[in-house]
Design a protein around this ligand. Sequence first.
Ligand SMILES: Cc1cc2nc3c(=O)[nH]c(=O)nc-3n(C[C@H](O)[C@H](O)[C@H](O)COP(=O)(O)OP(=O)(O)OC[C@H]3O[C@@H](n4cnc5c(N)ncnc54)[C@H](O)[C@@H]3O)c2cc1C
Length: 586
Amino acid sequence: MVPSQVAANCAKRKAHGVGDSPSKKAKSDIPGYNDSPQEEYDIVDRQFYPPEMENERCKQYNTSAIERPIETFEEAQRETQSERDKTRVKDAVVHWFKCDLRITDNKALHLASAKAKSRSVPLICIHIVSPQDYKAHVTSAVRVDFVLRTLEVLKEDLAQLDIPLYVETVAKRKAIPNRIFELCEKWGASHLYTNIEYEVDELRREALMTRTGVSNGVAVHAVPDTCVVAPGELSSGTGNQYSVYSPWFRAWLAYLHTHPHQLDLFDPPNKNPEDARRNFKDLFECEIPEAPENKNLTDEEKKRFRSMWPPGEHEARERLGKFLSEKVHHYADARNIPAGNSTAIVSVHLSSGTLSARTAVAAARDANSTKKLDGGEKGIVGWISEVAWRDFYKHVLAHWPYVCMNKPFKPEYTNIQWEYNNELFQKWCTGMTGYPFIDAAMRQLNHTGYMHNRARMAVASFLAKDLLIDWRMGERYFMEHLIDGDFASNNGGWGFSASTGVDPQPYFRIFNPLLQSERFDADGEYIRKWVKELEGIEGKAIHDPYGRKATKAAEKAGYPKMCVDHKESRERCLKRYKEGLGRDTA
Ligand SMILES: Cc1cc2nc3c(=O)[nH]c(=O)nc-3n(C[C@H](O)[C@H](O)[C@H](O)COP(=O)(O)OP(=O)(O)OC[C@H]3O[C@@H](n4cnc5c(N)ncnc54)[C@H](O)[C@@H]3O)c2cc1C
């Protein structure tokens, strides 16, 4: 958000007299809220969050009648700026790692290191493991495992620079800020650096920490790093946020052309003074914890995921380098083919921060013969625009924060009457819908923690439109199982596919799962890989064994019949969407 916009929004709010927090009355007055499907199916986790927001309240965010968390945060930064600037460096400087688990091209880490060097004091790095945070954010066990393994790599890399990485488990998420301030006090640190995360809880926490830090004698510096272009930097000619990708992307490119230094990479931290190892011996000896009980994997899962997903930033950069020297040349033509192995598969690294988006885009630009972001090799230009989608969804999250509160980007889509059929939901989850392409995709997710983008779109559309199941159940299932689970991209992808989100496919565009299968897995290679029981089925029958004369083989293999008829589902879906949106159903 550009400062002038923040100021304008604040002025508007004062005129309306509307505050930020929902009133207690509103919370307890929701009739029968314990019985609502949103709570029964964990769409709204009442242990941590208030009941589902009214559409009216979303509209108040849209008219800027309610302060957005990013505005709260920026206000806290502005109002404490001079105090923070005056804060003298004491005995150490701290960097708090969150989703930025790398030493290369990490803005907050770089700034922390420079601050430490300016007074020749040591840099101390911390990471907090919070089982409650994992629960509230529905972080998958495979993601937690990846993060913990990455911390081992990070610890070693930092140790080579005589920088300790201290990792502590803090059970209660709300206790994290105070614990960090306690540690700062213990180490005599008066400066804490961290990179901004754009989810609602995180922005509010960082706003609070920025203010309380001042009274605790700790200058908190939360800086933009996760996006190539920070949320708030781009607005349309009329000063509004873009809600359509194409004009937003043009503005993104134009911004980078006029601010080329935004693609300059940040140097890794400096080596700590020699006495750091002696003075902080206990921190160097700190062990990376095991996964908390609520995120445990079985031994078999650990082995499987560890062989598939090597951790750390070295692996990330190697993957990126290989992709840009080989696969990217076929990316434009092959990126939609799930069996093609033609994408970079770096989402786990971008979402956990073992790779910075800036590094990815700068490397793609440098690999382009034109040395440009647009123009030149089709595959490279196309890939850059895909990485930009990640930025786009984070910009959306910052400006329309209620998407982070279980509300669709278009709140009126909450009025659609969804189904909560657990039997059908389970068939979808386990890859037993009887639609081979859909089942292959879900089994890929369950086995690897990853799913190809085309397949993600197909299964999301199938859940929301063919099964008419509340898309938020699918969104949650994805977060529970993806190794690359990222709130903004996941929510954006679900909103696109269910037509409830920002710049979505129109609601009347309903993927035909059979046509998707024939178009994007023409030879059935993807299906045969993941739906083993259909391996022996030949030719086009692989897409629909019961409808294409392979009934006996499918039955023998125990493969189920289609759980719904697409033609009927399509009609039902159109009717339900129209009813929900108050459109003519005649
Ligand atoms: C329903 C649904 C849910 C999704 N959930 C997530 C998620 O939780 N985390 C996540 O990182 N991506 C998500 N995506 C986006 C996309 O599917 C993955 O980023 C992509 O499949 C990752 O594979 P890759 O690294 O090989 O991608 P590549 O094609 O090589 O693209 C490079 C990078 O660009 C970004 N990117 C590409 N496509 C998209 C997109 N459509 N939206 C946002 N960013 C994109 C990713 O960071 C990706 O790693 C979702 C998409 C859908 C349709």
